[in-house]
Design a protein around this ligand. Structure first.
Ligand code: AHR
Length: 623
């Protein structure tokens, strides 16, 4: 291999490798969002989903505590010691850890004169009391009550029980339980271990909140960001588009509380050091499910949502939406730069709707980069129709999605070599290699690593790339493969995760040419390679993928680099497993993890024994 260190090529976007978050596979409620109670406000279409009431418990909606989540429950204890209360099963059980604290709260009002006592109990899978607190409720006005409860034992599939112990009537709403420890210990917080996994990825960009959920199965159930900000109790519940899948498996208990809403998404992007990239509805419901759409002439409220979102993110604190952001705790702007209009739409209907969005956004916020889409496939009729239209409209970036076989990924390492350098840039907004097992295995990960050498080589055209989907709960998923798996306690980083991590942490600032016999390395002998220079850290970084089984003894010539005793150490991190089907699981999460070793370079460069089924990142200093 020959790397020309002096021929510094085009710049690489600092935010090139990122993550795409969608509430699929219980990624938000039941996942990243740390709330442990399912259906905390009784507003699911069947109000007792998640709950087992006992005694006299009725669902009410008159003079509610929260007008946009109007249901609540009325408990009537007759004093006969039969017991009146409720149990909640959480999302596939509630995970309690011994000695951890849990923050419980509810809103209550008493319809009885005397003080009413509630017992709140953490219950183990074996039905034992593993922590409890008492709460006294009094007064006819809705008030918030809270208690911290320590778990005395660990239980992966526990539940929460509430018992009204005094005779009389009490109304309850928004019954909530969070682990006391969340990411940055914020209230209404996020699961720490899952955010840590994202943080380690070092993502440059954070695309949210979908995916198909922004479109909705119907327009009524599309994601409306304005419903996801402000006091958390009054963010109206919405059904999740992923309550059934393409093969019609049904998840009737899949809703979006919006507890993890746009404010939290912006804050998380900031925490991760990633550019926020929201996607908004363009007035088309999920085209896989329905033909429902808003007439082009009636799009104004949708366009207003887009324009107002920029104000929410960036506007001054005395603007209408900037004020909402400030009141939520962030007077400083979030510095939004990107906005995607529509997700994976297609056809003329998309193009004619995109136009008025672009006009309004360009007029008010010309600095915002607008992202259009190339539809659901990386080729074919829809794609061929959309790309020229996106060029004509001069969108800044075109979002391409590809869920394809490992072979497709290997064959497409040259995909962007021939793309027009003068048109819109590419955002590889959703991609994943789908092995026939649909597992996150080594073969899939290696094919993604190989494909991404092509993204890197073409960083002048491909400016952003995000794997999809991001999260999946092992007991409640609709789609696989996914980058990160989890249960109530643990996280599994897949080989695909490590590939993204190795790219994002070694992105470099400029492309270098790397060739074999004078041509790009795009699959000859199953080998793939790209190289970058990092002007900030003064490093040359060479990425090599061996997607075959055969071991290759490679030499990497570093033309134009002076190697001396001071910079002869080549730090190598690698991902390798001989078994293409190998995966990481909850039981064996470290089957495939990156390893490290070092090599010594000479004046000429360095030698690498490249094992089969392996991805190498080799780094050395420029003096
Ligand atoms: O990532 C899963 C889904 O794939 C997304 O919601 C959608 O954009 C695509 O079809």
């Amino acid at each position: 291999f020959a790397v020309d260190v002096q021929k510094v090529g085009s710049g690489i976007q600092p935010d090139m490798y990122g993550v795409f978050f969608e509430d699929i596979n219980f990624g938000a409620d039941g996942g990243l969002y740390a709330e442990l109670i399912k259906n905390r406000s009784f507003d699911f279409h069947q109000p007792f989903v998640g709950w087992t009431p006992f005694g006299d418990v009725q669902v009410m909606d008159e003079s509610p505590c929260f007008d946009r989540n109007p249901n609540y429950v009325r408990l009537n204890e007759k004093g006969l010691r039969r017991g009146t209360g409720l149990e909640n099963v959480g999302f596939t059980g509630i995970g309690f850890k011994q000695n951890d604290n849990y923050n419980f709260s509810f809103f209550a009002r008493s319809l009885t004169e005397n003080e009413m006592t509630f017992k709140v109990i953490l219950v183990s899978a074996e039905n034992e009391n593993i922590g409890n607190a008492e709460i006294q409720v009094s007064g006819k006005e809705w008030k918030k009550y809270s208690a911290q409860i320590k778990a005395t034992a660990t239980s992966a599939k526990g539940k929460l029980r509430l018992i009204l112990q005094t005779a009389g009537e009490v109304d309850l709403d928004h019954i909530s339980l969070f682990p006391a420890e969340t990411w940055k210990n914020r209230e209404n917080g996020l699961r720490k271990d899952l955010v840590e996994a994202l943080y380690e990825l070092n993502p440059g960009v954070f695309r949210f909140p979908g995916g198909c959920i922004i479109e909705g199965n119907t327009l009524e159930t599309r994601y409306q960001w304005k419903n996801s900000v402000g006091p958390v109790e009054n963010r109206p519940l919405n059904e999740n588009r992923w309550n059934y899948t393409f093969d019609y498996r049904f998840f009737p208990d899949y809703y979006q509380t919006y507890g993890l809403g746009f404010y939290e998404f912006f804050l998380l992007s900031e925490d991760l050091g990633a550019e926020p990239l929201p996607v908004i509805s363009c007035g088309l419901a999920c085209q896989y499910e329905s033909e429902e759409c808003v007439a082009v002439g009636d799009l104004q409220p949708y366009i207003d949502d887009a324009v107002d979102l920029v104000e929410f993110a960036n506007g001054p604190v005395n603007s209408k939406w900037g004020k909402v952001r400030a009141e939520m705790g962030h007077p400083e702007p979030f510095n939004l730069k990107y906005l995607a209009v529509g997700n994976e739409q297609w056809g003329e209907g998309y193009v004619e709707r995109l136009i008025p969005f672009m006009e309004a956004l360009n007029k008010k916020y010309p600095e915002i980069k607008i992202i259009g889409t190339a539809g659901p496939t990386p080729d074919g009729e829809k794609f061929d129709y959309l790309w020229p239209k996106m060029k004509e409209l001069k969108v800044d970036l075109v979002d391409e999605h590809y869920y394809r076989s490992p072979e497709w990924f290997l064959d497409n390492a040259e995909r962007y070599d021939s793309y027009d350098r003068n048109g819109p840039k590419v955002f590889a907004g959703e991609f994943a290699s789908h092995h026939k097992s649909r597992n996150n295995n080594m073969r899939a990960a290696i094919s993604e690593a190989a494909f991404m050498t092509g993204l890197e080589r073409n960083a002048d055209v491909v400016q952003l790339a995000t794997y999809a989907p991001l999260f999946a709960h092992v007991d409640a998923w609709q789609w696989k493969p996914d980058m990160i798996w989890f249960d109530n306690f643990s996280v599994v980083r897949t080989p695909n995760y490590f590939v993204q991590k190795m790219y994002a942490n070694n992105a470099g600032t400029n492309v270098l040419s790397i060739t074999m016999d004078g041509v790009n390395i795009t699959g000859q002998d199953s080998l793939y390679a790209s190289a970058v220079i990092d002007k900030n850290s003064s490093e040359v970084i060479v990425k090599i993928v061996n997607a075959g089984d055969k071991v290759h003894d490679l030499t990497v010539d570093l033309k134009g680099l002076k190697v001396t005793a001071e910079n002869q150490k080549v730090e190598v991190s690698y991902l390798h497993n001989n078994v293409p089907e190998a995966i990481n699981t909850l039981e064996a999460p470290n089957t495939i993890v990156p390893g490290q070793f070092s090599l010594t370079a000479s004046d000429k460069g360095f030698s690498l024994k490249a094992l089969g089924n392996a991805f190498y990142v080799c780094k050395l200093k420029i003096l």
